[in-house]
Design a protein. Sequence first.
Length: 338
Amino acid sequence: MTDDAKPLSYKDAGVDIDAGDRLVDRIKPMVKSTRRPGADGTIGGFGGAFDLKATGLKDPVLVSGTDGVGTKLKVAIQTGKLDTVGIDLVAMCVNDVLAQGAEPLFFLDYFATGRLDVDSAASVVSGIAEGCRQAGCALIGGETAEMPGMYADGEFDLAGFVVGAVERDQMLPRMSEMAAGDVLIGLESSGPHSNGYSLIRRVVERSGLSFAAPSPFGDGLLGESLLAPTTIYVEAVKPVLGDILGLAHITGGGLTDNVPRMLPDGLSAQFDFGAWERPAVFQWLQETGGIEEAEMRRAFNCGIGLVLCVKPDAVMDVLTKLEPAGIPAHVIGQLTKT
């Protein structure tokens, strides 16, 4: 029988259904570890179910978000360290719905690759499960897409989807209550989080260093230092949600572009950029890449991953309530009339 006459299978075309089944078996315990009230099902069905009544919310508004981790994936793939980009994926989504005052309830992921490597995919999902545990949301489903010819060998892409909920009368921002003189509190980031990595990779290229070189700004290797996972702020901020007027998740666009998204017309943010110490990674990026300060402030979070707006008389109480989470917080500015 000639090759042209040989019966073809899906596996011959590059899609291994058995590998997909093995992955599902590997990740079932990870998924189970993220269960929370409202999500008690098992993975493997056609859809993920969530019982909203089990949350105890009386007049809930659903808040959804979707995101990825950008070209930070390239760093993870090149270093072979795949167990933290899943945390990044969850963080980028849950921090966004948190900015509306919502508690993240459940999460779904999309993993796409040319040829499914079960070990690599399981490592990524382990990070997703860890992120969900940190955020208190359930991983209730997802999709693993094996698409030969779409991705180079060893490469993959990720997307995440989260749904949260908030009582209608507690939604953020509360723009009508904001006024000049209100205070901005910044919570520190773990580093670049998941933004600016196209520029970061260019800086690494200019430096002449490989990701396997010792990190010039931290412990371990350069690639590992650049993969510090995005901070998940959900548990830290829960105790102060009733005390704040607005939240801004500092992603692409930095402080200068993201904080205005929570402000009403007529008010703007005035920052004290000397109020906190930038992580060493940002100094290295700026010096090595010759990056201008204005570009730094738009491309990166520069050490502040989340900004809270509060009334002046609430500042000390909010800072005290934030302390148990162990994420340093600083007064970084105030609102002024435009």
